[in-house]
Design a protein around this ligand. Structure first.
Ligand code: COA
Length: 321
């Protein structure tokens, strides 16, 4: 049974097996430089993996956006009595989410913090977590402008192209959580990441939708801190086995950063292939992941309070659906 028939908010039953590759394609973010050594090694790794689910990226945003819209949380009636663990997590308030999944990591050295100081300028920043429903319109727009500032060119140069309306729609997906980094004095957002507990090809993951830092915050250790929050959530959420994200292959700095953070090309990452009439499809993005726990012992590895998750041990890959 396809992964898309399981689980959470985005991968919904009506989509085919290719949906996750498609949806993943719509989660790109990037930076400008082209094809570094890092990126080629990632490509090689990716191409060594089986990727029969590969598909073109055309129409990805709309598919992703459509699945986000709302009905995606509906379960087949047969299982309606079994709560899906990630749905339950996605229903938590922001306070519950922080308390349950960011506060007491047993494995990660970076616990949740709400303040951060720039190591060289000494400027102070506040950190907070919000789901889109709790974001001010100004905050959402500031995040959008930051994506535009750091990555618009990469979208424009990709097969996916830059579609501001689709991007904004995706950014409003209810199950996302934003971690905002605001300059204390001005309240301006200078960096953010967004994440979602979801399923990709049947794998329960924390998907990193975006991570963007204004240039003066790059190279300061802040990006590593933000990524560590995502691994903390994953470590505290037993069904989740990986942190996953999508990166343009042209984003050499991003690829190098993720490699340093322990990410590798995932088995579902697309590989080049020959289409009909000899046309060659060369993916311009890679799906990266960092394994947090093995699927088999998923429920047992964290000693955090799983009771708060009401059924966290339930497997997403319940093929009985
Ligand atoms: C991609 C991105 C998030 C990576 O963040 P980054 O800060 O540039 O990451 P870097 O690895 O370059 O910076 C880490 C560097 O910070 C410095 N650093 C780390 N911890 C530090 C600390 N505590 N104090 C001072 N400096 C520190 C180090 O120089 C480190 O490099 P090193 O590990 O080689 O020594 C960022 O460049 C960005 O926002 N890019 C634009 C948007 C984008 O492309 N997003 C990704 C979409 S997929």
């Amino acid at each position: 049974m396809s992964a898309s028939q399981n689980g959470s908010g985005l991968t919904k039953g009506s989509q085919s097996e290719t949906s996750s590759s498609l949806t993943a394609a719509s989660k790109n973010g990037s930076s400008p430089t082209k094809g570094s050594e890092t990126s080629s090694s990632l490509i090689v790794t990716a191409s060594q993996n089986d990727s029969s689910l590969l598909t073109g990226s055309k129409g990805t945003s709309s598919l992703r956006a459509a699945s986000v819209k709302g009905s995606s949380l509906k379960r087949p009636s047969k299982r309606s009595w079994t709560p899906d663990p990630l749905d339950l997590v996605n229903e938590k308030t922001d306070e519950q989410f922080v308390a349950g999944y960011l506060q007491h990591s047993t494995k990660d050295p970076s616990p949740w913090v709400t303040a951060w100081t720039h190591p060289t300028t000494g400027v102070k920043y506040d950190i907070c977590l919000k789901q889109p429903a709790n974001l001010e319109e100004d905050e959402l727009n500031a995040c959008f402008r930051l994506i535009e500032e750091t990555s618009r060119k990469d979208y424009e140069n990709s097969a996916q192209k830059w579609h501001p309306k689709d991007k904004l729609k995706e950014m409003r997906s209810a199950e996302l959580r934003y971690i905002l980094v605001k300059e204390e004095e001005t309240g301006e957002i200078h960096a953010f990441t967004s994440l979602m507990p979801t399923y990709e090809e049947g794998q329960p993951v924390i998907y990193c939708y975006e991570i963007h830092l204004k240039p003066h915050l790059q190279g300061t250790g802040l990006a590593a801190l933000l990524i560590s929050f995502l691994t903390t959530v994953a470590a505290n959420l037993p069904p989740v086995i990986k942190v996953m994200l999508t990166c343009f292959l042209s984003n050499a700095r991003g690829l190098a950063f993720y490699k340093k953070m322990g990410f590798e090309a995932d088995g579902i990452s697309p590989v080049p292939r020959i289409l009909r009439f000899g046309k060659v499809f060369n993916p311009d993005y890679v799906i990266l992941s960092k394994v947090i726990r093995s699927p088999s012992n998923g429920a047992g590895i964290s000693d955090t309070d799983t009771s708060s998750m009401n059924g966290a041990g339930t497997s997403d890959t319940d093929a009985s659906q």
